[in-house]
Design a protein around this ligand. Structure first.
Ligand code: LLP
Length: 379
């Protein structure tokens, strides 16, 4: 890891962001997306830290928000309102009003009842709401079941069997302008054939709508590009090239149709690491526990999804030993990894939990009334 001397001075537990790596990632993303004229909205849910958001908005990305507060944060951090897309199965009236007041780029709508409410509120406000229909394309992302969203058993999106009806109903609404189609099938997807499947399904859906005389100005494929959690140093930047090339090759846009994406994890995951201090090393019967000052309240992913994060001892060069690495919370799930090889570890050592920039800080809580983790940035 870069900047070790700075890291050794941090208060712990702390999210530490490598701003240089973020910039390099944004540069690579731009290069690959621009090659095809694609529009990218950064998924704020992955990391809403204002320092990162300002950096990302300055690079010209739009924002993908899932709450009124995310919309407010995105605006505060410099994302233009007309670059904001707003998704979510449960938008409240107040959130819809806020988005309408701000004239965002578009609502990604997930059900007919939601469209009816947006129509009513827009009518009351004398506005016309731009919406895209989020379609559940029934394409399996083959990723952890908690982060698979595009199959029919999920709550997300409009189901294919219902699409024609929803389109007809939407076109009747006088305060709604249907401007696009939206998909998002899951997260941490590294197998490009999954995205090829999505392209093929999108082609079929668009061909069908075209037969009914409907051609929409934009299509949005959501996010989902995965990163290398196993070897963050070997692949610090996600494979944007392969990702966008898959869409360029297999998706057939309608004439003049804009193609949009909403990437979160692949933009910010690798630039963030959680730095924790070893409080105790405890000998169990057949195991040895490293007890950190960071817990599942600081980083929930291992407890919630059994997610793997690389871990390393930044302050020891001793021969390796195996440990169960746990936090201080009163839950057995408060475990970052079992049988993990670390350089021999003692009280006071600093442990880096790698690839935590996405869905780390944003999912932190105050469980056990613990303080939220600190944040620091490379100098
Ligand atoms: N668009 C929509 C509609 C989404 O629901 C998501 C993520 C994204 C875009 C961004 O997807 P990404 O490019 O980051 O894969 N907390 C979980 C991940 C949940 C993802 C939720 N939706 C985790 O820590 O793995």
């Amino acid at each position: 890891m870069r900047n070790l001397e700075q890291i050794k001075r941090l208060s712990t537990p702390s999210y530490y962001y490598d701003i240089e790596l973020l910039d390099e990632t944004l540069h690579a993303l731009h290069k690959e997306a621009d090659a095809y004229g694609y529009h990218v909205h950064y998924a704020v849910k992955a990391n809403a830290n204002p320092v990162l958001l300002k950096r990302i908005s300055r690079q010209g990305l739009g924002a993908d928000c899932v709450s009124g507060n995310e919309i407010k944060r995105a605006l505060e951090c410099g994302f233009p309102a007309d670059s904001i897309v707003y998704a979510g199965v449960g938008k409240s009236d107040a959130e819809i009003e806020l988005a309408l007041e701000q004239d965002i780029f578009c609502f990604n709508c997930e059900s007919l009842p939601e469209i009816q409410v947006i129509d009513e509120i827009a009518g009351r406000m004398g506005k016309k709401a731009k919406i895209a229909l989020r379609i559940n394309p029934n394409v399996d992302a083959h990723t952890h079941h908690y982060i698979t969203t595009g199959i029919e058993e999920n709550k997300f999106g409009i189901y294919l069997y219902d699409l024609e009806h929803v389109v007809q109903e939407t076109l009747q609404r006088s305060h709604i302008q249907l401007t696009g189609l939206h998909f998002h099938i899951g997260s941490q997807i590294t197998d490009m054939s999954v995205f090829r499947g999505l392209c093929i399904r999108a082609n079929e859906i668009q061909a069908n709508l075209k037969e009914h005389g409907l051609i929409l100005p934009h299509i949005n494929f959501g996010g989902g590009l995965g990163i290398n959690y196993q070897e963050p140093d070997r692949q610090p930047i996600a494979d944007f090239k392969a990702y966008f090339a898959t869409f360029a090759r297999f998706f057939e846009p309608m004439p003049h149709q804009q193609v949009h994406f909403e990437l979160g994890r692949s933009v910010v995951a690798q630039c963030g690491n959680l730095i924790a201090k070893v409080l105790y090393v405890k000998e169990g019967k057949n195991r040895r526990f490293v007890i950190l000052d960071a817990g599942m309240n600081d980083l929930l992913r291992p407890a919630l999804y059994q997610a793997f994060h690389q871990m390393e001892n930044l302050t020891s060069n001793l021969p390796e030993a195996k440990y169960d690495i746990v936090g201080p919370i009163c839950e057995s799930a408060d475990c970052f990894g079992k049988d993990i090889a670390l350089n021999a570890t003692q009280r006071g050592d600093l442990i880096a939990i790698r690839s935590c920039g996405a869905y780390g800080e944003t999912m932190a809580s105050r469980y056990n009334l613990r303080d939220l983790p600190h944040c620091a940035y490379s100098e």
